[in-house]
Design a protein around this ligand. Structure first.
Ligand code: CKP
Ligand code: MG
Length: 306
């Protein structure tokens, strides 16, 4: 049993504070939306398992070590044939962070449907969380994601996380719509809704199968639309914090929401925890390093006078 199972690619990350071609000091860490969520939910006190594959290499071992240190149960295959993916963050100027992927053919892109369905059978998770990044990696990773959402009895959430560098909007729309009938909670930014539905009212359309659609809109805040027991739309403004690094904010938001779901909180309280967690994350550097604990959430809530 596990409270939450997430699956997807985690890469080794290299970050420099100036253009990478100039060399100099770099920070080595890990990055990956699904493992960010795994760490976020584990920090909030739940049992979390992360499933993936990495290369049989030092970056792969760094990923396993980091996640274990964050109390995430790691189910990872070490591949002798494929390498651990790599993500580079550098800064051409103070206000611009450039991201580049080196992940085509990576170990995580060889994840199979057999692996995901076996993990689900073994773990019987309460929640399963997937993102639109994994099915964009390869045909097998797409099949692995589809098989997972189709076979599980868990409540399934999907964070669209559209990445233009991995696939076109047309390809993404086709695959995401295959996943949708199996998803209960959809997380999307306002500019991703057209990937999910062509309807004039995409939210109403999505709520025919999902029970919750959560839409984020950066500085404008977030909305949650729920179908049961009564149709309900809630809005929370973004908290007024100093943004130093917004990468990982979406994953922090999702972590807060899923943690509050595991605590059986109301839709209002779920959105509150999601918003506070996202706000906390942007105030410090790192994709996952700045994810909050419960104590951090309380501190931020008090600091905001709410
Ligand atoms: O949507 P977010 O900024 O929360 O996602 C950030 C993650 O997995 C980051 O860790 C990166 O590795 C990625 O999204 C990605 O593959 O783009
Ligand atoms: Mg995101």
């Amino acid at each position: 049993m596990t409270d939450l199972l997430t699956l997807g690619e985690t890469m080794v990350s290299v970050r420099t504070a100036r253009p990478m071609r100039l060399g100099g000091d770099a920070q080595l860490s890990i990055a990956g939306s699904e493992s960010n969520v795994a760490i976020g939910v584990a920090r909030l006190g739940h049992d979390v398992t992360w499933l993936s594959a990495v290369g049989n290499d030092e970056p792969g071992r760094l990923i396993r070590r980091t996640l274990r240190a964050e109390n995430v149960d790691v189910r990872v295959r070490f591949s002798d044939e494929a390498f651990t993916g790599f993500i580079a963050f550098d800064q051409p100027s103070h206000d611009i962070t450039r991201v580049s992927y080196h992940r085509r053919g990576s170990a995580a892109s060889t994840l199979t449907a057999e692996e995901t369905t076996a993990a689900i059978a073994a773990l019987s998770p309460t929640l399963l969380h997937v993102t639109g990044i994994t099915p964009a990696l390869s045909d097998t990773a797409r099949a692995a994601t589809l098989a997972a959402v189709r076979t599980t009895d868990a409540q399934v959430s999907l964070d669209v996380n559209y990445r233009a560098r991995l696939w076109s909007r047309t390809e993404a729309a086709a695959t995401l719509r295959e996943l949708l009938p199996h998803i209960q909670t959809v997380f999307a930014s306002d500019d991703e809704l057209d990937l999910l539905s062509d309807a004039e009212d995409p939210i109403a359309d999505l709520l025919q199968t999902a029970h919750t659609v959560v839409v984020t809109a950066g500085g404008k805040g977030a909305w949650s639309h729920t179908r049961t027991p009564e149709p309900l739309t809630i809005h929370r403004p973004a908290l007024p914090v100093t943004v130093v690094d917004s990468i990982g904010a979406g994953d922090a938001f999702v972590s807060g929401y899923l943690s509050a779901t595991l605590d059986n909180l109301s839709p209002e309280a779920r959105l509150d925890r999601a918003t506070t967690s996202g706000a906390f994350c942007v105030t410090a550097y790192g994709d996952w390093e700045s994810l909050p604990t419960r104590e951090d959430l309380t501190l931020l809530t008090h600091a905001q006078g709410t």
